[in-house]
Design a protein around this ligand. Structure first.
Ligand code: SF4
Length: 340
């Protein structure tokens, strides 16, 4: 069984207007040592999906359904559905199995404690075998590339740059010895040169430690460089998933094709940037059928009967070529004879 298997995960928010379907029927798996990228525009449900894996969102107002099957290892009871776990087991999953780093490290770090103490606390909570957690914190700072780690461990977050703070967050996540690291837009708030350093660090941690990584990003350039597999999300659903090279070279779904066309090319021959018309609908405007319907330029070329199907029937995610699945009634990127 994979390290993580998510089956038909749905996340709804209870509001005055009723239940809002923020994430619907999301299924994916993650192997040991694999980097899976969750891609899409803001508001597509990427972060909500990731936070639901360790049930970080308050329930209620959040209502979860489906299964999140996680292999916690033999010492912690093996495979369990995270959505069914009690508080105590859930505390072990948070950090011990799944650790997170977020976009803004300055918000996640506690300003009144030295960074070494904050990392040591994570080590103390999750690794009973470590005799000196502060010494381990210094070692983790060294592993994430912080120079002079013994002295840096005694500093407070405000004495560090944004890039340095993100390295501290990664060291803290590693301090829990997780099997999965969720990196939610980890470089969006950083300068471009620092972004590259942090991404390199994530890649080397994945390789050296065999750690599985879920990378949440809206940046397809980053995905092409780092990820093994990609799942594209739109309006709370996964609409296409494939190995990264296959998805970039042969996108099938109109939304994925539009996302790839929208990536600016340095020195490209076109002066105008390609955009996708309209915006991602809010959950109360999702409608019955394909949620991309209002923005789909390809649908303009379809017959009225075909467009009716797009509007009224939600397309299922199905494997159209080996390892490449797409949720579209009339997949334009599928060349004749390629379907499995
Ligand atoms: Fe476009 Fe229809 Fe496919 Fe949706 S199902 S992406 S509207 S062609």
């Amino acid at each position: 069984m994979p390290l993580l298997e998510v089956k038909n995960l749905s996340v709804q928010f209870r509001t005055d207007g009723g239940l809002q379907p923020t994430v619907t029927d999301v299924s994916f798996s993650l192997e040991r040592g694999e980097m899976l990228a969750l891609v899409g525009e803001s508001g597509c449900g990427k972060s909500v999906t990731c936070m639901s894996l360790a049930r970080l969102l308050p329930e209620p107002p959040v209502v979860l359904s489906g299964e999140v099957l996680l292999d916690r290892g033999p010492e912690h009871g093996g495979v369990a559905d995270v959505l069914q776990l009690g508080e105590r087991a859930l505390r072990q999953v948070r950090g011990g199995c799944i650790s997170y780093i977020f976009q803004e490290p300055s918000v996640s770090l506690n300003p009144v404690f030295r960074v070494g103490d904050q990392i040591a606390e994570a080590v103390r909570l999750h690794r009973k075998d470590v005799s000196d957690p502060f010494e381990e914190a210094v070692e983790l700072l060294r592993q994430v590339g912080i120079p002079d780690p013994a002295n840096r461990a005694k500093q407070y977050p405000h004495e560090m740059s944004g890039g340095m703070q993100q390295r501290v967050m990664i060291a803290m996540a590693l301090g829990c010895a997780p099997s999965i690291l969720v990196a939610d837009e980890p470089t969006t708030a950083l300068d471009v040169t620092i972004q590259a350093q942090i991404l390199d660090l994530l890649l080397s941690l994945k390789k050296d430690r065999g750690m599985a990584v879920i990378l949440v990003t809206h940046n397809l350039g980053i995905v092409a460089e780092l990820a093994d597999r990609v799942a594209v999300m739109y309006a709370g659903r996964i609409i296409e998933t494939a190995p990264v090279a296959e998805l970039i070279a042969h996108p099938i779904h109109p939304y994925t094709s539009a996302l790839i066309r929208a990536v600016p090319v340095l020195g490209g021959e076109h002066n105008r940037l390609n955009t996708i018309r309209g915006t991602v609908p809010s959950p109360d405007k999702f409608g019955r059928g394909c949620r991309f319907c209002d923005r789909c330029e390809y649908a303009d070329s379809l017959s009225e009967e075909q467009r009716r199907l797009c509007r009224e029937e939600p397309p299922r995610l199905r494997e159209l070529v080996p390892s490449h699945a797409c949720a579209c009634h009339f997949p334009p990127g599928l060349t004749a004879g390629k379907e499995a």
